[in-house]
Design a binder for this molecule. Structure first.
Ligand code: KIV
Length: 281
């Protein structure tokens, strides 16, 4: 197998210039980090979706820095090639610039991430600029921002009317001017996402934002059919692994209860006194 080079922020900007699509997926532990990395995606996000798909919270709001760092370190151990991004959780960057810089820095120093992501538009542009000035690459995230979904009236498509579309265009420009290296556009009408992607030089990565973005991201649990509580309309399920897992787990229970597992090939030594097991030779 030929060794691939580790992806950089500059590679993404080159991809946009060449018109090549950028791919990003989430991972929350080493096993998924390795699987997603082997697929060859450009970016792996240790998303605060962690809270819902792995920690059992009802939203991303309760997720803490300690939880994010713990999981980012695990993902780091599984990833060799993709650019690894740590998602700053709610209230880890909004209070003041010092906290934002310290928490962003923890993802690099403690977890080996190459960049961080923050939710919010023009109101957080100064924070983005402060973190970027420290030498930490920042990805923006606008449109539906789950950490503040309550303020947006729930988990709804953003930018449907002229006023909010203008605001999103302005947010994208403000984040690009602040030095963000890329922007996630979540739940934005396809034509508005196209307009934003054309308006900014940095790559846009869409999730529920149509086909005109410079790249696409999905939560890996959604793509694999592993998160059964709900499936967002924008998430294509490429597999139904929860269903397969349910079948396998029930089969284990039934085989143990029925005396079928473990068989000779899973055991050591004869199963019956004096009769050698062929599997043990
Ligand atoms: O937390 C997350 O997984 C995200 C993606 C949906 C972009 O922010």
């Amino acid at each position: 197998m030929s060794a691939m080079a580790v992806k950089t922020v500059c590679d993404l900007q080159e991809k946009k210039r060449r018109g090549e699509k950028i791919t990003m997926l989430t991972a929350h532990d080493a096993a998924f980090g390795a699987l997603v990395d082997r697929a060859g995606v450009d970016l792996i996000l240790v998303g605060d979706s962690l809270g819902m798909v792995a920690l059992g919270y009802d939203s991303t709001v309760p997720v803490t820095m300690a939880e994010m760092i713990h999981h980012a370190k695990a993902v780091r151990r599984g990833v060799q090639n993709a650019l690894l991004i740590g998602d700053l959780p709610f209230l880890s960057y909004q209070v003041d610039h010092k906290a934002a810089i310290n928490n962003a820095g923890r993802f690099l120093k403690e977890a080996g991430c190459a960049a961080v992501k923050m939710e919010g538009g023009a109101p957080i542009a100064a924070t983005v600029a402060a973190v970027v000035r420290t030498g930490i690459p920042v990805m923006g995230h606008i449109g539906l921002t789950p950490q503040t979904a309550g303020q947006l009236g729930g988990f709804k498509v953003q930018g449907r009317d002229d006023g909010s579309a203008e605001r999103l265009l302005h947010d994208a420009g403000a984040l690009a001017a602040a030095g963000a290296f890329a922007l996630v556009l979540e739940c934005v009408p396809a034509l508005l996402a196209q307009k934003i992607s054309e308006a900014v030089e940095i790559p846009t990565i869409g999730i529920g934002a149509g086909p005109h973005c410079d790249g696409q991201v999905l939560v890996t649990h959604d793509l694999l059919g592993l998160f059964e509580r709900f499936v967002p309309r924008f998430a294509k399920q490429y597999a139904t692994l929860a269903e397969q897992a349910n079948g396998a787990l029930a089969a284990f229970k039934n085989e143990v209860e029925g005396g079928v597992f473990p068989a000779a090939e899973h055991s050591f030594g004869p199963l019956v006194e004096g009769i050698a097991s062929p599997a043990d030779k």
